[in-house]
Write a protein that binds this ligand. Structure first.
Ligand code: LMR
Length: 393
């Protein structure tokens, strides 16, 4: 049975992670996979997470099954975090949230759900988009089309081209948007642009699907979902896939949420039952630990404040690094876009040969597309990295 199989290349992001781990050089710098690193180059466990874990360990009494939807407390807390505590959609019974194994679990189950709604669903994704979007959504059998998003000359949003493409979408097509901190470009829509996208979605009868993997790491917890909330208030239906990997630093705990906004409470009930049935036939139920941490933090005023402070400090640190990198590269060209962009990633706009030279000669790792994880820099490595980049330009 297995003898006919050919080896497949690894996912480029994961391959780079492995290559970096195997590189014996002491002074190597990892700007590849999107994980936050502190000033010491370490991916820390947030203090609020540690404290929540301590409490959980002291009070947990069972490892019994959680059920396909996961924890109701977590799901409710995530709905409040994303839409706001006092949100009309939640009050009106139009919102359903299920706990998922990471943002990937949410994206994949959203795709499975969409296939149940309509087997010939087309999802429009930005060009460029995160490398795992196509496998996650296309792997569920959905057709994928691209809308232009980034102007390759300026590395900023080509908004008119985006709108023009979306105006070609058919009623019922799905539009995948990045809630904030666009991965891989860091180029986000302004609130005015979210409004215009909302207009196209309404006019064409499209279904918005927001991937929210970086809430709190762009400008702030509220600011980063302002566009999403504006959209949610206008449209009859919407999907949100949220990740707690980055904003709670829970990467390996696989913690995420999938939200459906439905046209009516009756609709919500039917849609949720379909989604739960799909979950049952895929992984039965999500892992509990990460979600229990998030629930504990969000339910406790003190822990929540502590988490918000820590997240705010991470966000400010990334913004500081963005400005410092743009300044350090300024002698070699205009890199001001890095300071204007948000979240972990930006493209440097250099070619694969230059990317390879940086890796081979200097031990500096970034994706072949020149996407760098700005959050992988620190005060020591930034000047060294900037000098090396200037050297290959
Ligand atoms: C990234 O883009 O580097 C992150 O989202 C991590 C991943 O799984 O690819």
């Amino acid at each position: 049975m297995f003898e006919g199989l050919k080896p497949l290349p690894q996912d480029p992001i994961l391959q780079l992670m492995q290559q970096f781990r195997e590189d014996p050089r002491q002074d190597k710098v990892d700007l590849g996979i999107g994980v936050y690193k502190d000033a010491a180059g370490h991916t820390p466990i947030m203090a609020a997470v540690r404290e929540a874990e301590r409490r959980l360990l002291a009070t947990e009494t069972s490892k019994g099954y959680v059920g396909p939807a996961g924890s109701a407390g977590f799901n409710d807390a995530m709905a409040a975090l994303i839409l706001g505590r006092d949100n009309a959609l939640r009050r009106d019974g139009r919102v359903s949230v299920v706990q998922t194994p990471g943002g990937c679990g949410a994206l994949r189950m959203a795709a499975e759900f969409l296939r149940l709604c309509r087997p010939d669903t087309t999802v429009w994704v930005s060009n460029p988009t995160w490398g795992n979007h196509r496998p996650l959504l296309g792997g569920a059998g959905l057709a994928i089309r691209e809308y232009p998003y980034l102007d390759p000359a300026t590395l900023e949003v080509d908004f008119e081209a985006m709108l023009e493409a979306l105006a070609q979408a058919r009623a019922g097509d799905v539009v995948l948007l990045h809630g904030c901190c666009h991965n891989p470009s860091g180029a986000d829509l302004t609130l005015a642009q979210w409004r215009r996208v909302t207009e196209v979605i309404l006019r064409r009868g499209l279904l918005p699907f927001v991937d929210l993997a970086y809430q709190g790491l762009g400008e702030g917890l509220e600011e980063d979902v302002a566009g999403l909330r504006q959209l949610a208030a206008e449209v009859p239906e919407m999907i949100v896939a949220a990740s707690c990997s980055k904003n709670f630093g829970l990467y390996r705990e696989r913690t995420g949420a999938l939200m459906l906004i439905c046209a009516s409470p009756a609709n919500r009930e039917a849609a949720t039952s379909q989604l739960l049935s799909a979950i049952r036939s895929h992984y039965s139920m999500p892992p509990a630990h990460g979600a229990a941490i998030v629930e504990t933090i969000l339910a406790d005023d003190g822990l929540r404040r502590q988490w918000q402070d820590e997240l705010g400090a991470m966000c400010q640190r990334i913004l500081g690094l963005r400005h410092a990198l743009a300044d350090a590269l300024a002698p070699a060209g205009d890199f001001g876009f890095i300071a204007r962009q948000r979240g972990m990633f930006s493209f440097l706009g250099i070619g694969p040969d230059q990317v390879r030279r940086l890796r081979e000669t200097h031990g500096i790792y970034m994706l072949e597309s020149s996407r760098v994880n700005v959050a992988g820099l620190n005060e020591q490595t930034l000047p060294v990295v900037a000098e090396a980049i200037r050297g290959v330009l």
